[in-house]
Design a binder for this molecule. Sequence first.
Ligand SMILES: *Cc1c(COP(=O)(O)O)cnc(C)c1O
Length: 382
Amino acid sequence: MNKSSDFRTLCVHAGELKDTQYGGAISPLYASTSYNYDDVDIKQYPRYFNTPNQRGLCEKIAALEGAETGLIFGSGMAAVSTALLSHLRSGDHVVFQDDIYGGTRNFIKKEFPKYGIEYSFTKGLNAADFKAKITPQTKGIYIETPSNPLLKITDLKAVSDLAKSESIWTMIDNTFASPVNQNPIAHGIDIVIHSATKYLGGHSDISAGVVLASESIIEKVYESAKNLGGNLSEYTVWLLERSIKTLYIRVQAQNKNAQLLSNFLQDQDWVREVYYPGLESHKDHQIAKQQMSGFGGMLSFNLAPGLDTKKFLKGLEMVKPTMSLAGIESTALSPRLTSHSLLSEEERQAQGITEQMVRFSAGIEAIEDIKTDVLQSITKIS
Ligand SMILES: *Cc1c(COP(=O)(O)O)cnc(C)c1O
């Protein structure tokens, strides 16, 4: 194949394995857990993250993020925990962005104390908020942008410049943006993590995670990864490769639906705040415009006081009130009752997560059908 750097072509062809035996059109699945040790210079084994399908898929995702290489894990949290633990030891300190994924927050709070690793959460998302938390023991900064569920934006360049001036690493959870909309390595971030359970998988049927970075950083992550053992099954590796072939067209359609739905919601009298980085009214719209090539498929909004969020979600007929996000079907949830239920009422209030809030994951359906469904549920409960 001619080497193309076009994202759409990379989605389809980067890292594909040739079927040299039968000439089939797709990558063969090598399910073997046992390989000849004489003929190859590397000993191939699933938990060594180096079987043919794993290497092919890494090449594809790394190409999409502009990374040198990467590792595929069995879940987003296996990627997060392995990336962090491989870079930390007792006595080290990490600065975390205040509103990060609940599972990551839980991991830090429950596991770090066992290993004597220190951490701080920032007060806000400006570079000064990160700088304020840096101590002589700080080894790195961990961010997530757009954030969940308020779609706040952290300035990638500002954070990476700060980290470089302090000689510390930066890690980002890039799940919400997906590689279609944001490539943090181009903005100076060192390590990119995805829960591939979300946009990379995209059909609500795969659990997986990815860590992407330079060869030398991935070598370091690998040294812990092979001990922690969080590799992904070959079958799912193969399925994830198939999913990513349509990543670009799926996410473009989701971006478009999220923008159209946000525009529509902004004009409704039964809606209060709408949080979507693609809206000019979003407080971080300018930063989002600088560092993202699309604004993503996620949005949140507050129903007007008096409207019952639970009833609204129950009343939806096409849009599914399910957990998780990023599938090709639209889904919606109440962050207070689901993703952020483990936070205290004060913590939720500090983050701006209200009882009236609905988090919406735009699918690829016709926008008219999404609007119709939302409107019929509002009519029922008004
Ligand atoms: C879902 C999610 C994770 C965790 O991924 P799993 O695949 O569920 O382990 C991490 N970060 C973000 C932003 C997520 O949405």
